[in-house]
Design a protein around this ligand. Structure first.
Ligand SMILES: [Zn+2]
Length: 382
């Protein structure tokens, strides 16, 4: 019998059963240099696609292999601040430049946008929540309230939270209290101009948020996804490209580009468990022999080979994925709970030591600092 749109939803259980214990790749749907999304999706547990082409790509994967892949569409609705009246970005806002006067119209449009994702073959639908300012409790309440009108088995409430939510214990407690009863999956995406976990206290606060809620996911993140996973997140998604590793406050600009280039290549160092700019990595090693990488992409080549151009960036992105995948596998093969947490802590402890060992070899002692988040993952106090 021919597969009809939406049939996959009638066969499957609630989204939280399908997504439980999964580590997804978060990537742009269209890449300028031929990255094979379908292959990436089959090598990993599944994908979250971002960008204008996300739904068409999901639809085409779905036609090829109905219901075979876990696939979600990132609404990428974080370019504006959410307000209590307009927590979501809906098509009518961009068409008319203003929100509908009628709350019922917004609710209907939100329901339609969720249905559209499912109809195209998404495993579940993510709400198009706008960027939520630190401490904006009314907007969190409005978004949670709206979620009650959406199918809890199929809808994921997206929560694009400014990292400063993690800095105020009262705000954190409010989040937990407001979201605790909501049966839907809650997908948190952290926002900051730089790394959201660079500030004291944020790593532990994020763990508190993850462990205090049921059915909570951390999406569009970096290795912080593995920490959340080890601490009981329902699922996580790790970004393939740098902008897919956290969200930014509306209007903020990213770090400056390298000289003479409009491309920044970021390289995940397998022993140091941190991402480095290609030129920073070369400067760091200086005259020392470059680190070799045994991942499936590098097959023993040096990590100093990468430069700031599109083709190197694409290869580095594949190297990055191939580097964290064995860590993800290791965690997934370990029993959830204390064993998984301790496996993750050991991985990070080794990386913490690797920083120390490399520092001793470097001429400039201040050249390599162990990132705060890694020290905390490895067991240091925050
Ligand atoms: Zn590699």
């Amino acid at each position: 019998m021919t597969e009809q749109p939406g049939d996959h939803l009638r066969r499957t259980g609630p989204a939280w059963k399908l997504l439980q214990d999964k580590i997804l790749v978060h990537t742009r749907a269209s890449t300028r240099n031929g990255f094979n999304l379908a292959r990436s999706a089959s090598e990993h547990d599944g994908i979250i696609l971002c960008g204008a082409d996300a739904l068409p790509a999901i639809c085409s994967f779905h036609r090829q292999a109905p219901g075979q892949r876990l696939q979600l569409a990132d609404p990428d609705s974080y370019g504006d601040y959410a307000t209590p009246d307009t927590p979501f970005r809906l098509a009518s806002h961009s068409l008319s430049g203003q929100q509908s006067l009628f709350e019922e119209d917004q609710a209907e449009e939100l329901r339609n946008s969720q249905q559209g994702q499912l109809y195209n073959g998404a495993t579940a639908s993510l709400t198009p929540t706008r960027y939520i300012r630190a401490g904006d409790r009314q907007t969190v309440a409005a978004a949670a309230q709206a979620a009650w009108g959406l199918d809890s088995q199929r809808t994921i409430l997206t929560l694009p939270l400014d990292y400063q939510w993690l800095r105020e214990p009262g705000d954190l407690d409010y989040l937990i209290a407001t979201l605790a009863d909501l049966p839907h999956i809650k997908a948190i995406a952290l926002g900051a101009a730089r790394n959201p976990l660079a500030t004291r206290g944020t790593v532990i606060a994020l763990r508190k948020l993850i462990t205090s809620l049921e059915r909570v996911a951390l999406i569009r993140t970096d290795l912080a996804g593995l920490d959340a996973y080890a601490h009981g997140a329902l699922f996580v998604s790790i970004g393939m490209q740098t902008p897919m590793r956290h969200i930014r406050p509306p209007g903020s600009t990213g770090p400056p580009m390298p000289r003479k280039s409009n491309v920044t290549t970021m390289v995940l160092h397998p022993q140091l468990m941190d991402y480095f700019r290609a030129d920073t990595l070369r400067d760091l090693y200086g005259r020392l022999p470059g680190p070799r990488c045994d991942c499936t992409v590098c097959t023993g080549r040096s990590l100093l080979r990468f430069d700031h151009n599109l083709s190197d960036q694409e290869e580095a992105n594949r190297h990055n994925n191939a580097t964290w995948l064995p860590w993800a596998d290791h965690l997934q093969r370990t029993e959830p709970g204390p064993d998984r947490r301790s496996t993750w802590q050991h991985l990070c402890y080794d990386a913490h030591n690797a920083h120390q060992e490399l520092r001793e070899l470097l001429s400039g002692p201040g050249a390599l600092e162990t990132p705060r988040w890694l020290r905390v993952w490895a067991g240091d106090p925050d």
